[in-house]
Design a binder for this molecule. Structure first.
Ligand SMILES: [Fe+2]
Ligand SMILES: [Fe+2]
Length: 151
């Protein structure tokens, strides 16, 4: 039906999405100041999308007779997305988001390749759809990076 590599990558992607939800949520709460408002709103919107990605990945894993991971199997990796010491340091959060989105793009590209090799077009289609969302997030935050580094 599919390959072990596809299952492993779907489980990794699920964990990454959940870590992203946690860190976007925390940063959206922690950031202070008028300049942060736009970023906080954008993060809140992306949280909903990342959560939907996790749900879609989890449902696909179930269809493949596997399971999404839970917290006991989880290793945190998003060092650059930890909330900054200075709660007005919006640029540091923007750069952390860009790292997370780049990482997600790489993972979904790997899933697309692995699913194609495994002749699993349903997983491939799902990964293509999610990849499009992650690229849109990256574009949005690249724009923010330009805007905020010039201030
Ligand atoms: Fe996502
Ligand atoms: Fe994203």
């Amino acid at each position: 039906m599919t390959s072990d590599r596809v299952i492993d990558l779907l489980q990794k992607a699920y964990g990454d999405e959940m870590e992203t939800v946690m860190n976007y949520q925390t940063n959206a709460i922690v950031l202070d100041g008028v300049r942060a408002e736009e970023i906080k709103q954008s993060l809140q919107q992306d949280i909903q999308e990342e959560l939907t990605h996790a749900q879609q990945l989890g449902n696909r894993l179930k269809q493949l007779d596997a399971r999404p991971p839970s917290s006991a199997e989880f290793t945190a990796r998003q060092d650059s997305l930890q909330p900054p010491e200075d709660s007005t340091d919006v640029l540091s959060v923007i750069r952390g988001v860009l790292d997370a989105e780049e990482d997600a793009i790489e993972t979904y590209r790997s899933i697309i390749d692995a699913a194609e090799d495994a002749d699993d077009p349903v997983t491939e289609d799902l990964a293509v759809a999610i990849l499009a969302d992650e690229e849109a997030h990256r574009t949005e935050f690249r724009g923010f990076e330009k805007e905020y580094q010039d201030d």
